[in-house]
Design a protein around this ligand. Structure first.
Ligand code: NAP
Length: 169
């Protein structure tokens, strides 16, 4: 199973957050819809999933398998819940998927990074600066680094630049 981490970063390198005052760029959202359609699925953290539902963003994903990561038990029709990154991947594999799109948020992405379960990264760098913010980390306890290979870069419009990286195991 190939995993693709899809995330928007701010121009000063934070993990971008959104709010009603600072909604995601439409160019980034448009790209997410394309990537989700191509993969046929996405895995999302419980908090981001609830925000998507609250903002009406849960619609438009008909035919796409959505797996929500949560340590608790939930029952929402049309959505699969998984208790760990590995379980989320197994759910999609059992449904015949070959690629999994990791939609965020930061907790979910960091859980997959920590478990070395990311094969490719799509970063959308948005033209915005933030104050205190969230981060993507491969290790929360100690300093580490990992080389990644830049595969592609392109403009999505609206000042958003997309960078695609391969992450070696
Ligand atoms: N930059 C981007 O591309 C992007 C994308 C999406 C969201 N966001 C931003 O990210 C923020 C939300 O992210 P967040 O980090 O607060 O929450 P999140 O990652 O959306 O969801 C966190 C929840 O996921 C579950 N979870 C996380 N790791 C898990 C693990 N290893 N095993 C089982 N369950 C696990 C837990 O759910 P339970 O508590 O139910 O157990 C946890 O509370 C917002 O600010 C949003 O705007 C940014």
């Amino acid at each position: 199973m190939k995993t693709i981490l899809w995330a928007t970063l701010t121009a000063n390198g934070n993990y971008a957050q959104s709010s009603p005052d600072n909604p995601p760029k439409k160019e980034a959202l448009g790209d997410f819809a394309i990537q989700a359609k191509a993969a046929g699925n996405f895995i999302v953290g419980r908090r981001t999933f609830e925000s998507m539902l609250a903002s009406g963003g849960g619609s438009g994903f008909e035919g796409i398998d959505i797996v929500v990561l949560s340590r608790k038990t939930h029952d929402i029709s049309g959505v699969t819940f998984a208790g760990s990154p590995q379980e989320a991947l197994r759910c999609l594999q059992n449904k015949g998927h070959h690629t999994a799109l990791l939609a965020g948020g930061a907790d979910l992405h960091n859980a997959f990074l920590k478990e070395r379960l990311v094969d490719e990264i799509l970063f959308n760098v948005a033209p915005v600066l933030e104050g205190k913010g969230l981060q993507l980390l491969i290790d929360t306890d100690r300093y580490q680094y990992k080389q990644v290979e830049l595969l592609d870069s392109k403009s999505l419009g609206g000042g958003v630049i997309q960078l695609r990286y391969a992450v070696g195991k």
